[in-house]
Design a protein around this ligand. Structure first.
Ligand SMILES: C[S@@+](CC[C@H](N)C(=O)[O-])C[C@H]1O[C@@H](n2cnc3c(N)ncnc32)[C@H](O)[C@@H]1O
Length: 279
């Protein structure tokens, strides 16, 4: 049987009216008998970055029209961004002496990576905020994990910025750099680094983005690095999605020299917030 190239097919679909786009999406995304979400794989390979942004917008519009199951959104976006087959990057346990510098407290263990990444709706809030500011040229994700936040931002932002992700776990960095290389994103870089030990690695960025990166016991250390930046006269924005406890949130809310600009309710989990600060 002859299959059209996936990008050609999507271009044709996206040029059609929205109800046709909706019909196509519902045809290639199904829930099987075991209640699993299933994508017709051949439509999700070989898509270039700019076309992907158009597909993302179409998916979002069709969901907002109530014509498509919203639970497919993360799956489609992650699949197109190539953030797939990453379970091994979130093992239950690291073997002793593994790459985490012996500092087990900073490694997040888990079965399902979605717990450890920001949700796309919250990231949309960050993107609109950054798009609305002309003074932002660079973004640093402190604890970049498997890259969902930065790869998505780089895709959906109206302007080209420099992105740096600092991450403790080297395998995650190798993975994210391989995705960045695949899409030829020379402005999106990931680096293996303990930012608590090496705060100089994140000096000079216009935006710092934080989502559940450090454990409670390390909050004072991270906040002290921000304090040093503020005291040295650095100008920056801090975009923060709150985690399981409120210690980081309270510390940022009370950090002299940091002003809260906006506060939103997170779509990830009840009780979380998405806060934007500036110096
Ligand atoms: C919850 S994930 C956030 C992922 C990503 N920022 C997002 O929004 O999807 C936090 C990440 O921070 C990393 N991390 C924790 N402490 C760190 C440190 N001191 N230096 C670098 N990365 C760290 C963890 O390994 C983990 O991958």
């Amino acid at each position: 049987m002859f299959f059209q190239n996936s990008d050609k097919k999507w271009k044709k679909v996206l040029a059609a009216p929205i109800d046709k786009q909706s019909k196509f999406l519902n045809k290639i995304c199904k829930i099987n008998k075991r209640d699993s979400l299933v994508l017709t794989e051949r439509y999700f390979d070989g898509i270039d970055y700019p076309l992907m942004a158009e597909i993302f917008k179409s998916v979002k519009t069709i969901i907002s029209r109530g014509e498509f199951d919203p639970s497919f959104r993360d799956l489609i976006y992650d699949r197109l961004l190539r953030i797939i087959n990453i379970e091994h990057l979130y093992p239950e346990e690291y073997e002793e002496g593994n790459e985490c510098n012996g500092d087990d407290d900073n490694v997040i263990f888990g079965e399902n990576y979605h717990v450890y990444t920001a949700c796309y709706d919250d990231l949309d809030l960050l993107i609109s905020f950054i798009n609305s500011r002309n003074d932002i040229k660079s973004v640093c994700d402190l604890g970049s994990g498997t890259g969902r936040a930065l790869l998505y931002m780089a895709l959906m932002m109206d302007k080209k910025l420099d992105y740096l992700g600092l991450e403790l776990v080297d395998e995650r960095v190798q993975f994210t750099n391989s995705v960045s290389k695949h899409f030829k994103l020379d402005h999106v870089k990931f680096q293996t680094c303990d930012f608590l030990e090496n705060p100089e690695a994140f000096a000079g960025y216009d935006v710092y983005y934080l989502y559940d990166s450090v454990g409670t016991e390390n909050v004072p250390r991270l906040v002290s690095h921000f304090k040093e930046l503020i005291d040295s006269g650095s100008k920056f924005y801090l975009l923060f999605i709150s985690g399981w406890d409120e210690i980081m949130l309270n510390s940022l809310d009370n950090l002299p020299g940091l002003k809260k600009l906006e506060s939103h309710t997170s779509r990830k989990q009840e009780g979380r917030v998405v806060n934007f600060y500036c110096t």
